[in-house]
Design a protein around this ligand. Structure first.
Ligand code: AMP
Length: 293
């Protein structure tokens, strides 16, 4: 499968490799331990031989991509992620492919998946939640400035770097757009009313998802969770937002969540206003780095 886009000369240069060499191959890397398994393949720790840079190499099987008809989605993901440069967006340095596989050369996020951390802690402290939400708001402001809507912000798509910064890692549902979109995508729990109801949607979908994420960070569960899909639908459409008494969460945090989870997407708190919200100002570490203790 040929993937369009991506400037390999520039990407190779950024890994300290002379720009003249046009193509990556597996021979450019020493392959290390497996980091995890995804739906379409495996991810390995790897070292780019010439620069010695540590990366994560994602190996995807073309047959599985074809079977699930996600080649188009992958191509879009690669094209978008290759061009984004932000401290809270996982870098995609480049890609290459052979007969049976596609390889993505990704920034290595040493502390792994955020949702595993959330499972371990059940819920995050306000300091930790606010630090992540501020970082993600900054990353989304950057994306929206480039007309990229992520559309699938959720804990499973976030990784943590060695330093403790959150990184948006999956652009599989993202879209580059100047127009309003009408596609149904993403995971139910994080879908805003206008996507559930298949009305046109815009960058406001990411503000909604950030509100859902903030709730899940603080309470350990997404706000509209229900046993039946149909009940989750109903709760989202009604914006049936309830704050349980336990764990104890500050009223400032609840205020921010309530301002993001607003049915009318044009009335959701703008991302730059999220950064100015008192709960963020008082709790988020300005470095964007969460350190335990
Ligand atoms: P995925 O196919 O993206 O779901 O990746 C499968 C698993 O590999 C993830 O759940 C992570 O544990 C791990 N992983 C993927 N990408 C990276 C990365 N850039 N750095 C560290 N671990 C990763």
């Amino acid at each position: 499968m040929a993937i369009a886009g991506g400037n390999q000369e520039e990407e190779k240069a950024s890994l300290g490799v002379p720009a003249m060499e046009m193509r990556w191959t597996l021979n450019d890397f020493d392959i290390g331990k497996p980091l995890g398994r995804g739906k379409f393949g495996h991810v390995y720790l790897a070292r780019e031989k010439k620069s010695n840079q540590i990366v994560a190499l994602k190996v995807l099987f073309k047959s599985q991509l074809k079977q699930s008809q996600v080649e188009h989605q992958l191509r879009r993901e690669v094209e978008i992620q290759c061009h984004l440069r932000h401290p809270n967006i996982l870098r995609l340095y480049g890609y290459f492919y052979d007969q049976s596989r596609v390889y993505l050369i990704l920034e290595y996020a040493a502390k792994g998946e955020l949702y595993k951390e959330l499972q371990k802690c059940k819920y995050f402290s306000e300091r930790r939640a606010a630090t992540y939400i501020a970082s993600l708001a900054r990353a989304l402001i950057y994306c929206h400035g480039k007309h990229v809507i992520h559309r699938d912000i959720k804990p499973e798509n976030l990784l943590i770097s060695m330093q403790g910064e959150v990184k948006i890692a999956d652009f599989g549902w993202s879209v580059h757009t100047f127009s309003r979109r009408k596609t149904m995508c993403g995971t139910l729990d994080y879908l805003p009313p206008e996507m559930v109801e298949s009305i046109e949607h815009d960058a406001g979908v990411d503000i909604w998802s950030l509100g859902v994420l903030c709730y899940e960070f603080l309470y350990g569960l997404p706000p509209f969770e229900a046993k039946q899909h149909s009940d989750t639908y109903r709760r989202i459409v009604k914006v049936d937002l309830k704050f349980p008494p336990i764990p104890i969460v500050s009223s400032a945090a609840k205020d921010l969540i309530s301002q993001m989870l607003v049915k009318d997407s044009s009335k959701r708190l703008a991302l730059h206003k999220v950064l100015e919200h008192p709960w963020i100002v008082q709790n988020a570490d300005p470095s964007g780095i969460y350190r335990a203790g």
